[in-house]
Ligand binder design. Structure first.
Ligand SMILES: Nc1nc2c(ncn2[C@@H]2O[C@H](COP(=O)(O)OP(=O)(O)OP(=O)(O)O)[C@@H](O)[C@H]2O)c(=O)[nH]1
Ligand SMILES: [Mg+2]
Length: 690
C-alpha cells in the first residue's frame, strides 16, 4: 500500500497560449521534484510531454500529455495542454480532469487568444485558477505592466502571490512574508492586499483581525484561501522562469500548501438522467449531484482523453472522482450492462505507462485495450450509478473543412477506420460523409489542425490523401405554411402499387430540426404504412428540394390519405410521402441557409484596415477589435463559411505570415437571392424507384 491519501493529491492542468512555456514548465517541475534527472528542452525534442514525433518536429505541443510526480507531501497529477487555438479540443477536455487550472502567460507577449479562452473555460467549469507568468528571465519584459493588463482583463481578484526579486533570478513569496526586496511593487503592499482579500471569506477571522489587529497564522488562512479560490474571489499570480528555474521551488510550495486537494476544489458537476432529458416530454429533469471524493464510496470516474496508441491500442484516460479504482476491478461503462475488467491500471508519464494497483479520488489514470470506453464515458461499479453523466464541456464547433480522397483505390474503408480513430482522440475533429456527392469531409478548428491530421495519417497510418475545398454545408428550410398531396398509383403487369398522402408543413424555429406528426383519423392510412410515409418524408428532406441540401426546421403533419385493399404497398407510401413533401416545400417559399462563422484574427496592427476591408469584400464584417500590446490586434468578426475557404493563404500574404485565425460555427443565415439561384441551377430531384 502506498501512503497516498486524498488530502495529498493535487490535480492540475497547464493551460494558456502556444509558446507560453507550459511544456517547459512541466519539465522544470518534474525535474525539481526529482521525477526526472535531466531537464529536456522543447527545442531539442526531448521533453517528457512533447514525446510525439510530430510534436518534436513542430516544436510545440499538439496533444495533451499527462505526468505525475511526488514532491514533499503531495502527489501531483499534471496535464500539459497544447496552446495553439487549433488544438483547443484537448486543452478544454483536460479541464474535466483537474481541480486547478494553471493559466500560463508568456511575459514577453502578454495576454493572448488562448489565455482568454482558457481563463473563461476554466471559470465556466468552476475550477480554481492560478496565473503563472513565465519567462521572467527574458529581455524586454514589462512585468508591472503585465500585472496591470491581467487585472484589467480578468479582474481585481488577480492578486500577487509572489514577486520577482534579485533582478528576476528569484522570487519572494508574499503570503507569509510582509517585508523583503522585490524587483517592483512592494512585498508589504502585495501581502496586505492578499491578506485583506482572503480574510473577507471568513467573518470570524475578519472580526478578530479588526478587533486586535493580529494577523491570522498560515494555518488559519488555509481554509479561507481555499474558499476564495473556489469562489473565484482570488486568482493568485505567480512568477517563474521555466528556463532558469526562478520561482519553481516557490510554485511547488504553493502546489503543496495552497492548491486545492480533491476535497477542497469545487465538486465536479455530475447529473443523473439523460442529457436533454428535461426537454423531452415525459422524461424526468436531470438531477445534478456532486461526487464525493471519498475512497470508500462507489466508484465514479470520467474519461476525458482517449489515445489510439500504435502499441497499447485504445487507451482511455480518466479521472477518479469518487471511490477507489482497483486493479482487476469490474467496472461498468455508462449504462452498459456487462462490466469490463481493468486488468492493468496505469498512471501516465508522457509516453510511458506506469502500472499501479489502485487510484484514489483526484488521481488521473488509464486503462488500455478496452474498446467500449469512449471519450466522455463515465466508469462506475454499481448499476445504481447508471444514467450518470458529467456536465458536458463546451467545445468550439469545428468548421474548417477539407474534402479528402484516398490516392489508392480501394483504401476507402481503411480511411474511415483511421478517421474514426482520429475522431475518438479529438473532440474538435469530425468527419462527414455526403452520400449525395460521395464526398468525405474532415473538419477541424483551423488549417494547422487539419494539416496535422493529414501528416499524422501519412506518417502513422501510411495513408496518403488528395484534398480539395469541400462543398459548403448549406441547408434548406421553409418560410411559409403549405400543403402537399400525392396519389401514387402504378399498374405494371401483375400486382399494382397504391398509396395516397395529404400533408401540411409548417416552419419551426431555427435549430429545431424536424417533427413528424401523424394526424390521420379512421385509419385511412393504416398504421403499418405510417413508417413508410415518414421514410418518404425524410427522403425528401435529406435530398433537399431547392438545391440538394438537407431541409431543416419544419413540422410535417400527415392528416389524410387512402390505401387500397390489394395494391396498398409500402413502396407506394414512401413515394407518396416523398412527393407530397416536395410539393409542399416548393409551395412554402423555401430558402437556402448558409453557415456563418465567427472568426477571430490576431494580426499586426498595421494590417487592420486591409483585413477589415477584405472581410467585408467576403460578405463579412468586423464586430470588435482589441489591441493586445506588442503591436498586435485581435479582430473579431462574422463571415459566411463559403467565402473563406482560401483564407489561410490570403491571411498569410496580407500579414507577411504574422497573422493567425480561428473560426467557429455561429449560426445559419439566408443566402442572398443570386447565390440561391446559382445553387439551385442544375439541381435535379430523384427519379422514382421501382
Ligand atoms: N526565455 C525563456 N524561454 C522559455 C521559458 N520557458 C519556455 N521558453 C521557451 O519558449 C518556447 C516555447 O516553450 P514551450 O514549453 O514549448 O511552450 P508551450 O506553452 O508548451 O507551447 P505549446 O505547446 O505550443 O502550447 C520554447 O522555445 C522554450 O524554450 C522561459 O522561462 N524563459
Ligand atoms: Mg507545449
Amino acid at each position: 500500500m502506498s501512503n497516498i491519501s486524498v488530502e495529498t493529491i493535487r490535480s492540475l492542468a497547464l493551460v494558456g497560449h502556444g509558446g507560453a512555456g507550459k511544456t517547459t514548465l512541466a519539465e522544470a517541475l518534474l525535474h525539481a521534484s526529482g521525477a526526472i534527472e535531466a531537464r529536456g528542452a522543447v527545442e531539442k525534442g526531448n521533453t517528457v510531454c512533447d514525446f510525439d514525433p510530430q510534436e518534436k518536429a513542430a516544436g510545440h505541443s499538439l496533444n495533451s500529455a499527462v505526468v505525475h510526480f511526488s514532491d514533499r507531501n503531495v502527489e501531483v497529477n499534471l496535464i500539459d495542454t497544447p496552446g495553439y487555438p487549433d488544438f483547443a479540443g484537448q486543452a478544454i477536455a483536460s479541464l474535466a480532469g483537474v481541480d486547478t487550472a494553471l493559466v500560463v502567460i508568456n511575459a514577453q507577449t502578454g495576454i493572448e487568444l488562448s489565455t482568454e479562452r482558457m481563463m473563461k473555460a476554466a471559470a465556466a467549469r468552476r475550477l480554481c485558477r492560478m496565473i503563472v507568468v513565465n519567462k521572467i528571465d527574458a529581455d524586454n519584459v514589462d512585468l508591472p505592466g503585465l500585472v496591470n493588463d491581467i487585472r484589467e482583463r480578468f479582474g481585481k481578484e488577480c492578486l500577487i502571490l509572489d514577486l520577482p526579486a534579485h533582478d528576476r533570478h528569484d522570487v519572494v513569496e508574499v503570503l507569509e512574508k510582509d517585508s523583503g526586496d522585490a524587483d517592483f511593487d512592494s512585498v508589504a503592499a502585495a501581502h496586505r492586499a492578499l491578506i485583506d482579500q482572503i480574510i473577507e471569506e471568513d467573518e470570524d477571522l475578519l472580526a478578530k483581525y479588526l478587533e486586535d489587529g493580529q494577523e491570522p497564522s498560515a494555518a488559519e488562512l488555509h481554509a479561507p484561501f481555499e474558499k476564495a479560490l473556489r469562489a473565484g474571489h482570488l486568482i493568485p499570480i505567480l512568477f517563474v522562469s521555466a528556463r532558469t528555474g526562478a520561482g519553481i521551488p516557490e510554485l511547488l510550495h504553493v502546489l503543496e500548501t495552497l492548491a486545492p486537494n480533491p476535497a477542497e476544489g469545487n465538486p465536479p458537476p455530475f447529473f443523473r438522467g439523460e442529457p436533454g432529458g428535461a426537454t423531452t416530454e415525459g422524461s424526468a429533469k436531470p438531477e445534478e449531484f456532486a461526487a464525493v471524493p471519498d475512497p470508500a464510496k462507489h466508484v465514479l470516474a470520467h474519461v476525458f482523453k482517449v489515445i489510439v496508441d500504435p502499441y497499447m491500442g485504445k487507451v482511455s484516460v480518466f479521472r477518479v472522482h469518487q471511490g477507489t479504482v482497483k486493479k482487476d476491478a469490474q467496472l461498468f461503462v455508462g449504462d452498459g450492462k456487462r462490466p469490463i475488467k481493468a486488468g492493468h491500471l496505469y498512471k501516465l508519464m508522457g509516453k510511458d505507462y506506469v502500472e499501479v494497483n489502485e487510484l484514489l479520488p483526484g488521481e488521473i489514470g488509464a486503462v488500455a485495450k478496452i474498446d467500449d470506453i469512449d471519450f466522455d464515458a463515465v466508469l462506475h461499479d454499481s448499476h445504481d450509478e447508471d444514467h450518470i453523466h458529467l456536465k458536458p464541456l463546451e467545445f468550439p464547433k469545428p468548421m474548417q473543412g477539407l474534402a479528402v480522397e484516398t490516392r489508392k483505390k480501394g483504401d476507402e474503408q481503411r480511411l474511415f477506420e483511421i478517421l474514426h480513430k482520429l475522431e475518438l482522440e479529438d473532440p474538435c475533429f469530425e468527419m462527414e460523409r455526403h452520400p449525395t456527392t460521395n464526398e468525405t469531409v474532415i473538419r477541424g478548428l483551423g488549417e494547422m489542425h487539419l494539416r496535422y491530421k493529414l501528416d499524422k495519417m501519412a506518417t502513422q497510418f501510411k495513408m496518403e490523401l488528395d484534398t480539395k475545398p469541400p462543398r459548403v454545408p448549406y441547408r434548406e428550410t421553409i418560410t411559409g405554411n403549405a400543403e402537399g398531396h400525392c396519389r401514387h398509383k402504378k399498374q405494371s403487369g401483375g400486382a399494382g402499387q397504391f398509396g395516397e398522402v395529404y400533408l401540411k408543413i409548417e416552419p419551426l424555429a431555427r435549430g429545431a430540426g424536424f417533427e413528424f406528426v401523424d394526424r390521420v383519423k379512421g385509419g385511412v392510412i393504416p398504421g403499418v404504412f405510417m413508417p413508410a410515409v415518414e421514410k418518404g418524408v425524410r427522403q425528401a428532406l435529406d435530398d433537399g428540394v431547392v438545391a440538394g441540401y438537407p431541409v431543416e426546421d419544419l413540422r410535417v403533419i400527415v392528416y389524410d390519405g387512402k390505401t387500397h385493399a390489394v395494391d396498398g404497398k409500402e413502396v407506394a407510401f414512401v413515394t407518396a410521402g416523398r412527393k407530397a413533401t416536395i410539393e409542399a416545400i416548393q409551395a412554402a417559399n423555401p430558402i437556402v441557409l448558409e453557415p456563418i462563422v465567427s472568426i477571430e484574427i490576431i494580426a499586426p496592427e498595421v494590417n487592420m484596415g486591409d483585413l477589415a476591408g477584405d472581410l467585408s469584400s467576403r460578405r463579412g464584417h468586423v464586430t470588435g477589435t482589441t489591441p493586445r500590446g506588442h503591436g498586435t490586434v485581435a479582430i473579431a468578426g462574422e463571415v459566411p463559411l463559403a467565402e473563406i475557404t482560401d483564407y489561410a493563404s490570403r491571411l498569410k500574404s496580407m500579414t507577411g505570415g504574422q497573422g493567425a485565425y480561428t473560426i467557429e460555427f455561429a449560426r445559419h443565415a439566408q443566402v442572398p437571392p443570386p447565390v440561391q439561384q446559382k445553387l439551385a441551377a442544375g439541381h435535379k430531384l430523384r427519379e422514382d424507384e421501382e
